[in-house]
Ligand binder design. Structure first.
Ligand code: 2AM
Length: 200
């Protein structure tokens, strides 16, 4: 535990898998290419690129130690594994993409198993998680409402994505992160890190 927040503080939290710096740099290059499309997109800063495992939203500071313990319990039951960041995609319909992302390939079922275990533990703590099915991805940008012409240039840029993988993502750690929504943008700080140490 890095810091223990006050029990009555409300924190916006999520669980993430960190992405190595060289992969974030490769993704940032792809983002720079997509930015040339001129579409109105809120691009994720390279330092903020991550894989969201579970979004919890607002929780009380008093719940953080239990959440940290839940991460530890799950992490100790899963062996580390390695994914690849590869390909681009989006959520939303073809004429109206909403969220632009880089995909993950490799033993993604192991990430889904981590998610399932964490989901069960978090529910046991009486916390709600999202209802959406788990679709592992790295969000690169969120489309802002704008002119359709912008989006066709963006769609073309997405199709011209580099087919080579952006790099390896070792999944050997899961982080409990706090999201600070500030006027300059979003800032993430780690609250707790749990190392994957289960046997294979
Ligand atoms: P995503 O970008 O991987 O989709 C931190 O805010 C992370 O939590 C975001 O990167 C986002 O994951 C996820 N997130 C934010 N708000 C959310 C919401 N309302 N429902 C589900 N996930 C959310």
């Amino acid at each position: 535990m890095h810091v223990l927040p006050p029990a009555d503080a409300v924190l916006r939290v999520f669980v993430a898998v960190p992405i190595p710096e060289e992969v974030r740099a490769a993704l940032a290059q792809e983002v720079a290419r997509l930015q040339h499309s001129g579409a109105r997109v809120g691009w994720v800063a390279p330092a903020n690129l991550h894989v969201t495992l579970l979004f919890l939203g607002d929780v009380f500071g008093a719940q953080i130690p239990d959440l940290a313990a839940a991460l530890d319990a799950v992490a100790s039951a899963h062996p580390p594994f390695t994914l690849r960041a590869a390909g681009l995609g989006y959520f939303g319909s073809p004429p109206a993409p909403r969220v632009l992302w880089a995909g993950l390939s490799g033993p993604v079922h192991q990430l889904a198993a981590l998610y399932d275990d964490l989901d069960v533990r978090v529910h046991a703590l009486g916390l709600r998680t999202e209802e959406r099915p788990f679709h592992p991805h790295v969000t690169l940008g969120r489309v802002r409402p704008g002119r359709r012409a912008d989006l066709s240039a963006l769609a073309k840029a997405l199709e011209q994505a580099d087919r080579a993988p952006y790099g390896f993502v070792p999944v050997d750690q899961i982080d409990l992160m706090q999201s600070h929504l500030e006027s300059q943008g979003v800032r993430y700080t780690p609250l707790h890190a749990a190392n994957l140490s289960g046997g294979s």
